[in-house]
Design a protein around this ligand. Structure first.
Ligand code: ATP
Ligand code: K
Ligand code: MG
Length: 717
């Protein structure tokens, strides 16, 4: 069975590039959006903002819809009884609605340019589809046809050679290649993608730099990763999250209460001999309802998603982003997440009486059909002992592929008149296999396994069964390296109040050594996929909100169960489909950034809601005394004119103008998010109430007074 089907292919996979040391910024062409708002973007978004005035769009935002209806009423009233005041109020009410739409349009506009560059990566690729393909097929039998990439369907096989663009999303089923993913991730360092392991995922639009691969397509036409990313950054698939819906209901209730209050005010005013005009009543209503947060709510949500995309994370739902803000437990798998994941065989350790060559021979035989990085590195190491079996000689045998459940792999075949079964795998799994087949496992095997594991290595026991019975030959030492800088990242997570738990299929000793080196808070060893799932369920039952990062097919059930499931983009498609986020950089420490964005989103929404409600109080002090100024029986209200405003009309106009301007002033904050520094929830709440509550209370007094000083010179006010 030929394993390497492409010409001139280097059999040893190149070492993966180490992640950059922490702290050093990565070079990327996609800039993280800064805080300042580009005035050009504001102007460019104006047409969109005006288009959004359509009532069909506006009803989705009830608070602003009320303002729009109010604008229509005041405009009609200004037409019937023209006055400078009536026209001024009408104009500023329309501006209030436009400003709200502008916030949303600017938030959406930021993704448009990005979508454009993504579209370029997608278009125009021609795929080399293979008519029939199966594992082990000789490449001389390949029949190739050229089809547009957009026509590829799941289960199609395509071949991609060096220099060519990957035509669709899929999994490498044969070969290993260096891939340039910069079109999708903005990261220029090439990454390794290979068949068999947990680094098999490839994305359409990326470019193969060296070697060649056969890819099994997994995405439907029009539903590729790039398609999803485009609709995400353009905001076309955005839906309101449960939190947003709840806040919207609260805002609606407040609005209804204030409508009732304002409507019932009129008979009282009329009875006192001071009936109010429609313009004044609408103005009072608009200042009282929470227009600031109503205007900015959707922009805050879009900007949160956008901030994640800037960090190369695709959230498939807004709900996941919000959940990230509340996460307090993080589960990570070990291999490839905490470690580099390129487990290489470094030595054979035979039990007494077994020559190295025999162990190497058996280990290679058990790895002939094992396409995982572990299996290939064992084959390569055995070759150094001069052992070089040709898989084609064993076509009458049966290969036992590795699975996370059995934690073993191997082969059964007839050999020189005997029938051989060889297994290699986790110590406990192989021990159980030998015992089951009536063999005896020497205590020495346990020592070898433990000494490899204690150093953080992964021991694979190798056992054989022949006419002489089942017995252990020795162990293979697999080495893996903890990612540099990971301990600092976990310390950072701890500071944010997040507990880290490593879950691994590896044995307890290895797990303990790696856990200590990486600095995780807890670990779970010898975990089957079911165990990973059960652990998440247990954490959730204990009231924890759980995030999980993983890349393997064995991680998929757990990724689906977690509140936030972050799949590495390098991982298998099963993992990517199960999670609700995909990290394009395949960097497990990315969760820190994801949590930050989630927290920032929640804090920003809370802060601006507080500000919005508090800043309506001051406007009440501006408008109510103006309405009843000089009315007999209501002289007491004159005391409420604490700001000493110029005239009743200028007071009301100032409040409305301030109400509109505050929206524009807060757009940058809504888009950038409130600054987030790791701190406990209570400290954050106190700080935000202080800044945005008190600020919201005080700012309008100053603002309204200032506007009043300016507009008192407008004739007729
Ligand atoms: N190709 C292989 N052949 C035989 N045994 C293997 C092979 N790869 C791994 N194993 C054994 O199976 C165990 C479980 O592997 P699995 O992939 O489930 O977990 P892991 O990769 O060690 O941990 P993690 O869940 O952190 O990725 C490994 O610890 C190792 O002992
Ligand atoms: K308001
Ligand atoms: Mg794994």
């Amino acid at each position: 069975m030929p394993l390497h089907l492409l010409p001139d292919q280097d059999v040893t996979p190149p070492r993966p590039a180490a992640p950059p040391p922490p702290g050093r910024a990565r070079r990327r062409h996609r800039q993280v959006a800064g805080g300042a708002l580009d005035p050009k973007l504001l102007i460019a978004s104006l047409p969109d903002a005006v288009r959004k005035l359509s009532p069909r769009v506006m009803v989705r935002n009830p608070v602003m819809f009320v303002v729009e209806v109010g604008s229509v009423l005041t405009t009609l009233s200004a037409l019937l009884a023209p006055s400078v005041f009536a026209w001024l109020i009408s104009a500023w009410l329309w501006l209030t609605v436009v400003f709200a739409n502008l916030a949303e349009a600017v938030a959406e506009g930021r993704g448009k340019a990005q979508a454009e560059s993504l579209r370029r990566a997608r278009s125009g690729t021609v795929a080399r589809r293979l008519r029939r393909w199966r594992v082990g097929m000789d490449r001389r039998d390949w029949e190739e046809e050229r089809v547009p990439a957009a026509e590829l369907c799941p289960q199609d096989f395509v071949v991609v050679a060096a220099g060519e663009t990957v035509p669709g999303d899929g999994e490498v089923v044969d070969g290993v290649a260096a891939v340039d993913e910069s079109a999708v991730t903005g990261e220029s360092a090439p990454v390794i993608r290979e068949a068999g392991g947990d680094r098999s995922g490839v994305t359409g639009g990326t470019k193969v730099l060296s070697d060649g691969i056969v890819v099994r397509i997994t995405s439907r036409p029009g539903h590729t990763f790039l398609d999803r990313m485009i609709s995400l950054v353009e905001g076309t698939t955005r839906q309101k999250t449960p939190n947003e819906l709840a806040l919207n209901i609260l805002l609606c209730c407040l609005t209804v209460i204030f409508i009732l209050a304002v409507v019932s005010l009129q008979p009282m005013a009329a009875w006192a001999g001071a009936p109010q005009t429609i313009t004044v009543l609408v103005a009072l209503l608009v200042t009282l309802i929470p227009t600031t947060i109503g205007a900015l709510l959707s922009a805050i949500g879009i900007a949160g998603m956008d901030r994640l995309v800037q960090r190369n994370v695709l959230a498939l739902s807004g709900r996941a982003v919000e959940a990230a803000g509340d996460v307090n437990t993080l589960l990570l798998d070990k291999t490839g997440t905490i470690t580099l994941g390129d487990r290489q065989a470094t030595s054979f350790v035979p039990v007494k009486g077994v020559p190295h060559e025999l162990l190497a021979d058996a280990a290679q035989l058990a790895s002939l059909a094992d396409g995982t990085p572990e299996g290939r590195s064992i084959t390569a190491l055995a070759r150094r002992y001069g052992i070089d079996h040709d898989p084609a000689d064993f076509t009458h045998g049966r290969f036992v592929p590795f699975s996370a459940r059995t934690r073993m792999s191997g082969a059964d075949f007839a050999y020189e008149g005997d029938f051989l079964r060889i297994r290699k795998g986790a110590g406990s799994a192989v021990t159980a296999w030998v015992t089951r087949r009536g063999g005896h496992v020497p205590t020495e095997a346990g020592w070898i396994v433990d000494s490899i594991a204690a150093g953080g290595g992964t021991p694979l026991l190798v056992a054989v069964e022949d006419r002489g019975g089942a017995r252990v030959l020795g162990a293979v030492h697999l080495k893996d390296v903890v990612k540099p800088g990971i301990a600092e990242r976990f310390a950072e997570l701890r500071e944010m109040g997040i507990r880290t738990v490593m879950v691994t299929g590896d044995n307890p000793l290895t797990a303990r050594a790696i856990a200590a080196e990486a600095g995780v808070d807890d670990y779970l060893a010898e975990a089957t996929p079911e165990d990973k799932l059960a652990r998440i369920r247990a954490e959730q039952a204990g009231g924890n909100l759980v995030a999980m990062t993983g890349d393997g097919t064995n991680d998929a059930p757990a990724l689906a169960q977690a509140d936030v499931g972050v799949a590495m983009n390098s991982g298998t498609s099963a993992a990517k489909e199960a999670g609700n986020m995909v990290d394009l950089d395949s960097d497990p420490a990315k969760l820190i950034r994801i949590v930050e964005v989630g927290k920032q989103l929640l804090i920003t929404r809370g802060a601006l809601t507080t500000f919005s409600i508090c800043n309506d109080v001051a406007k009440y002090f501006a408008i109510v005394p103006a309405m009843f100024g000089g009315v007999t029986g209501y002289e007491g209200l004159e005391k409420l004119n604490v700001m000493g405003l110029h005239s009743p009309t200028s007071a009301i106009a100032s409040a409305i103008i301030f109400n509109a301007l505050v929206i524009v002033a807060l757009i940058p904050l809504a888009l950038r998010g409130v600054r987030y520094a790791p701190a406990g929830a209570h400290a954050l709440l106190r700080r935000n109430l202080g800044v945005y509550g008190l600020g919201g209370l005080i700012a309008p007094f100053a603002g309204i007074k200032l506007i009043d000083l300016l507009i008192q010179y407008v004739p007729g006010i």
